[in-house]
Write a protein that binds this ligand. Sequence first.
Ligand SMILES: Nc1ncnc2c1ncn2[C@@H]1O[C@H](COP(=O)(O)OP(=O)(O)OP(=O)(O)O)[C@@H](O)[C@H]1O
Ligand SMILES: [Mg+2]
Length: 140
Amino acid sequence: MGTSIIKIKNEHETEAFGRKLGASVKAGTVIALIGDLGTGKTTLTKYIAAGLGVTEQITSPTFTIIKEYRTGRCPLFHFDVYRIGDIDEMYELGYEEYFFGDGVCIVEWADLIEELIPEDALTIRITRGEGEEERIYEVT
Ligand SMILES: Nc1ncnc2c1ncn2[C@@H]1O[C@H](COP(=O)(O)OP(=O)(O)OP(=O)(O)O)[C@@H](O)[C@H]1O
Ligand SMILES: [Mg+2]
């Protein structure tokens, strides 16, 4: 289980990274996104979705925790757990059906529900680099 550090210079590189990941990711994968406000978790999700073939517009699920998209080559479940009060909310919405199902799950603020993230998840830690647009991705 290796870690790679990827320097993303601008949003175009986020797009290229996201589209490539979306095109290659296996159904059943959980992608855990960890990074501060405005580091680009939703933006990256949009490009991963595009790579999966999702044609609907992706909007932040902050107030709903989860949004489903069914127009790609497999279902996409987009979680944003920023406002989760308690881990029980994840059980109430039946997260196991999603995390261990046949879709791709992308989880923003995955560090807030760390204990529920499967061992084999793809984790992307995003931090800011130099300037407004640079980001560092630590992919595990
Ligand atoms: N390299 C980059 N990758 C992604 N977004 C970038 C990049 N450079 C600049 N941005 C800008 O940063 C902002 C990222 O916002 P976004 O909503 O994706 O962040 P977020 O991590 O989802 O925030 P939140 O924690 O509020 O959910 C966007 O306005 C985007 O245009
Ligand atoms: Mg977001």
